[in-house]
Design a protein around this ligand. Structure first.
Ligand SMILES: Nc1ncnc2c1ncn2[C@@H]1O[C@H](COP(=O)(O)OP(=O)(O)OP(=O)(O)O)[C@@H](O)[C@H]1O
Length: 812
C-alpha cells in the first residue's frame, strides 16, 4: 500500500499577469502552501487557506535564493521513480493544473532546462549502462517506449512515423489492465534514442496559441517507458517488468480567459470534460480510502479516455506522484484554489503497487521455496537426505523426498525454458542495438518484441525480409533489415561481403540490390536470377507487402512493408479493399508456393553474420510467417511446449510450411471418399491441415502440388462449397416452411376429427378446421421463413461459430 505523493509548484508571473499588475496570493513555507484571498485580507478580515503536501516548490523569481529549479524537482521526485522502476514497480508522474501554469515546463522543460521526462530517462539509461558490465550473472535489460496523446477524447500515436496516426482503440487486459491497441512500441537502448523519439513525438503533439499560453497543449500526452530486467544468478532466474508513465495533461481553462472560439473552444471543452472526470475519480478514490476501502464506491474510470488509461496509476498497481502546478497571481485565485483542493484530495488515494514479476519466474520461485520448506521438514525430523535414501527410509519421508525430486526437476525444466527464451530475445536485441543500425538510421529503433507466454512477437515498422527457409533441418528464424536506401544481397563468399549474405551455390556475388525510393522498395536484379512471386524478374520491379522474393533456386524470403500493410489494413477495415481483391491477392501468393517438397534439398542455411540479419535459434520453434495474409507484418513464433499439446493440435513436421499443408490436403480431398464425408461435417477452415493427419500415409513427393486435373478441381470446389456454412441456412429457408405447412395440414385434419367428436356437423367441423388452418398457417410459415432467412444471412456472414474440433492430435 502506498498513498499518492503530491507536490505543488508555483511558476513565475507570466507577462500577461505582470502587465495587469496582478499581485501575489500564494505563499509557501516548508511543505505548506498558503493561499490568500487578498480581497478579504484587504478588508481586514483576512482569510488564508492552508494545504499540506509532500513538497511545495516556490519556483518564482530565479534570483530568489529559495527558488526551486528543475534539478531540485528531479532529485526529489525523479530519483524515487527510477528506484521503483529498478525494483520492478510501475510508476506514474502526472502534472495537473490550469492552462499556462507550467505542466509542460515541469515534465518536458526546454533544451537548456530539461524537465522530468528527459532527466529520468537519462539517469535510467546511465544506471543501466553502469550495471551491465559483462559476466554471466550480469542483469540484462530491455527497454521500449511509446508516446500517445488524447486529443478530443481520441487516442493518437505520436510515434506512428511521420504524422499522428488514426484514432486507436482502448482494450482491457484481464491482468495488465487497459492498453491501447496498435500503439507502436519502440525499442530503445540509450538516451539518444529516447531523445530522438521524444522530439519527434512532441513535434506532432497538438499545440496552439491562446490568450493564456503562447504554446498551449491541446491534448493530454502519455509517455510510457517499459523496462524489463532479467538475471540468472546461481541458476535462479529473476525477471521483472516495470512501466513508467510520465503524463503531461492539458490544462483546465475558462473560455473567457483563453479567448477560445471554434476549434479551440471544442478542444477546451473536451479537455475540461476529461479533467472533470479525473477530479471525480480522484474524489471517489479519496472517499474510498477514507472508508478504508470498506465502502464499495463506484469509481467512474470509464467516463473518459484519460482516466481509463490511468486506471492503474490511480488506485491501482503503481507508485504515483501528482505535480499540481499553479500560478501565484491573484487573477488565477479560483483556478489555484480548485487545483490545490484536488491535489490535497489526491493525497488520500491509496495505491497497491506490487513487483511485476514474470509469471514463469514466479512459478519457479514458488516451487523453489516449496522445495526448501519440504527439505526443512526432513531436517527437523533429524534425518539427513543420505539416511533417508538408505534402507531405514520411512514411508512419509520417502514420499517427501520423491516430491522434492519431482519439484526440483520441474524447476530445472522451467529454468531452462526461461533461459532459452530470454537468450533468444537478447540475441535479437544485440543485433538491433549494434552500432551500424543506430548510426545509419534511427528507424532501426522501431523494433519491438512482445512475449506472451510461449509466444514471441517481433514487430518492426521498417521494411524487412523474413527468411522462408526450405531446409527441413533449419530451426532458426531469420529476420533481415533493409539497410538505409540501398541493400546489396549476394553470396556468402563475396568480397567485400554484401549487406545481406545469402547461402546457396547459385547465388551471385552481387545478386541483386534493394532500393528504397520514396517509401517504395524496388528490386534491381544484378548478376543472379531473382523471382517475385515465382515470376522471373530481369528489370527493376517493385516489391509489395507480402511478396515472396526468391534468389536463385533455394533462397526464399517473404517481404514485409509495415507501412503499406497498415494502409491495406485500414482500407480493408473501411471496406475499400474488397474481399475479392484481398482474396485475389492471397490467391496470387498461394499459387506462388516457393518450394515443392520434391525440389532438391538446398544447402544448409546459416544466415550470415551480416549486421542486418537477426537469426534466432530455439529448441523447438513453430514459425508463423503466414503468406496468405498480406496485411500481417509481425512475425510470430512459439516455443513448442510439451505441456501444450492441445494448442498445437496440428500435424507439425520439421520445416513444412502451411502452404504445403494446404496443397497436401487439397489433393487429398479429391482422392479419399472418407475425407469427403469428413469435409462435410468439419468447418472448412479446420479441414485442410487435419486431413494430412488421416490414416492414409501420403508420400510427400507425390502430392506436392494442388490437383491439376479439371474434374478434381471441380470436385474440390463443390466439396468446399458444400462445406460452406451458408448452405445450411439456404437449406433451412426452404425446408423449415415446407415442413411447418405440412405439420399444419396434418393438424387441421386432426382438428376436424376432434370437432366432429364434439357433435358438430361434418361440414361445419371441416369449415372451422380449414378456417383455423388458413389463419394460422401463414403466420407460422412467415415466422419460419424469417428464421430461415435470418439463419441463412448469419451463416453467409460467417457468424455461425465453427463446429468444435472433435479430436486433438499430438504434435509430432
Ligand atoms: N517553473 C517555471 N519557471 C520558469 N518558467 C516557467 C515555469 N513554469 C512555467 N513557465 C513558463 O510558463 C509558460 C507556460 O508554461 P507551460 O507551457 O509549461 O504551461 P502548461 O501548464 O503546460 O500550459 P498548457 O496547459 O496550456 O499547455 C512557459 O513559457 C514556461 O516557460
Amino acid at each position: 500500500m502506498s498513498s499518492v505523493r503530491v507536490a505543488v509548484r508555483a511558476r513565475p508571473f507570466s507577462e500577461r499577469e505582470l502587465a495587469s499588475s496582478s499581485h501575489f496570493c500564494l505563499e509557501m513555507k516548508g511543505k505548506k502552501t498558503i493561499l490568500y484571498n487578498c480581497g478579504e485580507v484587504h478588508t481586514g478580515r483576512g482569510s488564508a487557506k492552508e494545504f499540506h503536501f509532500d513538497h511545495s516548490y516556490w519556483s518564482v523569481g530565479k534570483d530568489n535564493a529559495h527558488c526551486v529549479g528543475q534539478e531540485q524537482v528531479y532529485s526529489d521526485l525523479g530519483g524515487p521513480v527510477i528506484k521503483a522502476a529498478f525494483a520492478g514497480y510501475n510508476s506514474c508522474v502526472f502534472a495537473y493544473g490550469q492552462t499556462g501554469s507550467g505542466k509542460t515546463y515541469t515534465m518536458t522543460g526546454s533544451a537548456t532546462e530539461p524537465g522530468l521526462i528527459p532527466r529520468i530517462c537519462k539517469e535510467l539509461f546511465s544506471q543501466i549502462e553502469g550495471s551491465g558490465s559483462g559476466g554471466d550473472s550480469a542483469v540484462s535489460y530491455r527497454t521500449e517506449l511509446s508516446y500517445l496523446e488524447i486529443y478530443n477524447e481520441k487516442v493518437r500515436d505520436l510515434l506512428a512515423g511521420g504524422k499522428a496516426g488514426p484514432a486507436l482503440r482502448i482494450r482491457e487486459h484481464p491482468r495488465e489492465g487497459p492498453y491501447v491497441e496498435g500503439l507502436s512500441q519502440h525499442a530503445v537502448h540509450d538516451y539518444t534514442g529516447v531523445a530522438c523519439l521524444l522530439t519527434a513525438g512532441n513535434s506532432l503533439r497538438a499545440t496552439a496559441s491562446t490568450k493564456m499560453n503562447d504554446s498551449s497543449s491541446r491534448s493530454h500526452a502519455i509517455f510510457t517507458l517499459t523496462m524489463t530486467q532479467a538475471v540468472l544468478e546461481c541458476g535462479v532466474p529473476s525477471e521483472t517488468r516495470s512501466k513508467l508513465h510520465l503524463v503531461d495533461l492539458a490544462g483546465s481553462e475558462r473560455a473567457s480567459a483563453t479567448g477560445a472560439e471554434g476549434v479551440r473552444l471544442k478542444e477546451g471543452s473536451s479537455i475540461n470534460k476529461s479533467l472533470v472526470c479525473l477530479g471525480t475519480v480522484i474524489s471517489a478514490l479519496a472517499d474510498k480510502a477514507a472508508h478504508h476501502g470498506k465502502k464499495t464506491l463506484y469509481v467512474p474510470y470509464r467516463d473518459s479516455v484519460l482516466t481509463y488509461l490511468l486506471k492503474d496509476s490511480l488506485g491501482g498497481n503503481a507508485k504515483t506522484i501528482m505535480i499540481a502546478t499553479v500560478s501565484p497571481a491573484y487573477s488565477s485565485y479560483g483556478e489555484t484554489l480548485s487545483t490545490l483542493r484536488y491535489a490535497s484530495r489526491a493525497r488520500a488515494i491509496i495505491n497497491k503497487p506490487v513487483v511485476n514479476e514474470d509469471s514463469s519466474v514466479k512459478v519457479i520461485r514458488e516451487l523453489k521455496s516449496e522445495v526448501e520448506r519440504l527439505k526443512a521438514i526432513i531436517t527437523t525430523q533429524h534425518l539427513s537426505m543420505e539416511v533417508v535414501a538408505g534402507e531405514n527410509m520411512s514411508k512419509t519421508t520417502g514420499s517427501l523426498v520423491a516430491d522434492i525430486h519431482k519439484k526440483e526437476e520441474k524447476v530445472a525444466e522451467l529454468t531452462k525454458e526461461w533461459a532459452s527464451k530470454w537468450k533468444d530475445i537478447q540475441q535479437i536485441m544485440k543485433v538491433v542495438y549494434s552500432e551500424p543500425f543506430c548510426v545509419y538510421d534511427q528507424k532501426a529503433h522501431d523494433l519491438a518484441l512482445h512475449c506472451n507466454g510461449a509466444k514471441l512477437v517481433v514487430h518492426s515498422d521498417h521494411p524487412h525480409l523474413v527468411g522462408v527457409d526450405p531446409d527441413i533441418l533449419s530451426t532458426g528464424l531469420v529476420f533481415l533489415y533493409l539497410k538505409g536506401e540501398c541493400t546489396i544481397m549476394g553470396s556468402q563468399s563475396a568480397k567485400p561481403p554484401p549487406d545481406i549474405a545469402v547461402p546457396g551455390a547459385d547465388i551471385a556475388d552481387l545478386h541483386c540490390r534493394l532500393v528504397v525510393q520514396r517509401g517504395k522498395v524496388v528490386l534491381h536484379p544484378l548478376n543472379g536470377e531473382c523471382f517475385i512471386n515465382r515470376v522471373l524478374v530481369t528489370t527493376p520491379g517493385r516489391l509489395r507487402q507480402g511478396d515472396l522474393l526468391q534468389l536463385g533456386s533455394s533462397a526464399v524470403f517473404r517481404f514485409n512493408h509495415p507501412q503499406e500493410a497498415k494502409r491495406l489494413r485500414k482500407r480493408h477495415s473501411e471496406g475499400l479493399l474488397g474481399a475479392n481483391r484481398l482474396a485475389r491477392h492471397r490467391r496470387a501468393r498461394t499459387r506462388s508456393t516457393p518450394h515443392t517438397l520434391s525440389s532438391p534439398p538446398p544447402s544448409p542455411t546459416t544466415a550470415s553474420p551480416a549486421t542486418s540479419v537477426v537469426e534466432l535459434h530455439s529448441e523447438a520453434v513453430l514459425r508463423a510467417c503466414d503468406p496468405t495474409s498480406p496485411p500481417a507484418t509481425s512475425l510470430t513464433f512459439s516455443q513448442v511446449q510439451r505441456s501444450q499439446k492441445s494448442h498445437l493440435a496440428l500435424p507439425l513436421e520439421l520445416g513444412r510450411s502451411f502452404e504445403e499443408w494446404n496443397s497436401l490436403s487439397l489433393a487429398k480431398i479429391a482422392m479419399s471418399p472418407l475425407t469427403i464425408l469428413r469435409t462435410l461435417v468439419t468447418p472448412y477452415s479446420d479441414t485442410l491441415p487435419q486431413h494430412h493427419h488421416s490414416d492414409e500415409n501420403i508420400e510427400p513427393g507425390r502430392v506436392s502440388s494442388p490437383p491439376s486435373c479439371w474434374w478434381r478441381r471441380l470436385l474440390c470446389a463443390v466439396l468446399l462449397l458444400c462445406n460452406a456454412p451458408w448452405l445450411l441456412g439456404v437449406f433451412g429457408t426452404l425446408t423449415v416452411p415446407a415442413v411447418s405447412m405440412l405439420a399444419m395440414l396434418v393438424s387441421s385434419i386432426k382438428l376436424c376429427a376432434v370437432l366432429q367428436k364434439c357433435w358438430l356437423s361434418r361440414w361445419l367441423a371441416t369449415v372451422l378446421a380449414l378456417l383455423t388452418t388458413a389463419l394460422v398457417t401463414p403466420v407460422v410459415g412467415l415466422c419460419s421463413i424469417t428464421v430461415g432467412a435470418g439463419l441463412s444471412s448469419l451463416s453467409a456472414l460467417h457468424l455461425i461459430p465453427p463446429i468444435p474440433q472433435q479430436r486433438t492430435r499430438k504434435p509430432v
